[in-house]
Ligand binder design. Structure first.
Ligand code: FES
Ligand code: FES
Length: 158
């Protein structure tokens, strides 16, 4: 059975039909066409599918699509403002914080959730915020440094 749902995706109203039991990851990618959301494990272990729901990081693979009706979803597709990259995207590039890039959308969204609520995070805060996101390539340090660097950009633009 399909359920009609409406929600905000990166600031735009979206209306679609959610297949019964469909998760948000598949709905965003296959029904809406937002391919910026990545799946790694599809069972809640890797964090690659992290999106923000009403500002909080959530695993799209573990979220029933029909539960997001009326809510606000953010994905990496909404990070860039026109030609301007988000400070986190710039910092990830400058720190070579992405290699294969598979974890990167989830890392960016988990980091955005952190910086949106705390623009002066400690290293421990960053490690904690990214604790559910697995990266098999970078060794994590460039990612942590990128988030700390992006926080400086957040504070400058505040
Ligand atoms: S794809 Fe959702 S946690 Fe791995
Ligand atoms: S950059 Fe390859 S998994 Fe993180």
């Amino acid at each position: 059975m399909k359920t009609p749902i409406q929600f905000r995706l990166n600031g735009e109203e979206v209306a679609t039909f959610a297949e019964g039991g469909a998760n948000l990851l598949d709905t965003l990618r296959e029904t809406i066409g937002d391919l910026s959301v990545k799946g790694g494990c599809w069972h809640g272990s890797c964090g690659a599918c992290t999106v923000l729901i009403d500002g909080a990081p959530r695993l799209a693979c573990m979220t029933l699509a029909e539960t997001v009706a009326g809510r606000s979803i953010e994905t990496t597709a909404g990070l860039r403002q026109g030609a301007e990259l988000h400070p986190l995207q710039t910092a990830f590039m400058e720190h070579f914080a992405a290699q294969c890039g598979y974890c990167t959308p989830g890392m960016l969204m988990a980091a955005k959730a952190l910086l949106d609520r705390n623009s002066s995070p400690s290293r421990e805060d960053v490690v904690d915020a990214l604790g559910g996101n697995i990266c098999r390539c970078t060794g994590y340090e460039p990612i942590i440094q990128a988030v700390l660097d992006a926080a400086r950009g957040y504070r400058r633009s505040a």
